[in-house]
Ligand binder design. Sequence first.
Ligand code: AMP
Length: 248
Amino acid sequence: MKILVAVKRVTDFNVKVRVKPDGSDVDIGNVKMSMNPFDEIAVEEAVRLKEAGKASEIVAVSVGAKKCEDTLRTALAMGADRALHIESDTAPEPLAVAKLLAKVAQQEQVDLLLLGKQAIDDDANQTAQMLAALLNAPQATCACEIECGDGEITVTREIDGGTETLALRLPAVVSADLRLNEPRFVKLPNLMQAKKKPLEKSTPADWGVDIAPRLQAVAYAEPPARGAARKVADVAELIAALQAAKAL
Ligand code: AMP
């Protein structure tokens, strides 16, 4: 089984993102960037499947600016075999990424496409679903368990109030949720070794995909500031305070 894992370079989850003073965008100049946390889980799952003898090759793919190379090197250090960087200066929208991943999947003849359930920067939660539609492939989003069978996989997914288990014929698209696994820590020697693994470069045009944006962000705004906290003496005072704040 050949696995494609999509990894996005995003603002690190610890960074408190600020809106630019003119509200035109968020300011991510000079902030720490990392692999999208759900993508780390997807890479970890692919590596575990390979370690269990269920997968033959793992190809990590990232679409975006030059620095995505670092994200791909992390995926390689975790255990991916090779990487494809589709370089673009503009941040691609989910549909553009889905179109590119579909082209790669077709060319590489992959059996399983693993993505994160959502990117923590745009919170779109769209790419996996669009990719499955473009490939006309079965999909399971928000996966918390994956088991491999013969030509199919069984995926348990998190749904409201419980779980649902689906059997999917391969090739299939699966997006990883938080409880699928706990990603391994990448050690420095692995990062050094990862430098020797192949990382191929291409552009969206090489894949025949137009990534021109279709959406225009009209405005960005900070969430309303939280008011100061205060201590209450007892339950009666708490209820009175909540009623005054119209929270009850
Ligand atoms: P989204 O639909 O933007 O919330 O992203 C869902 C998932 O799609 C991410 O967790 C990644 O696995 C994948 N993805 C989105 N954008 C990119 C990108 N630029 N490069 C590689 N993978 C991406």
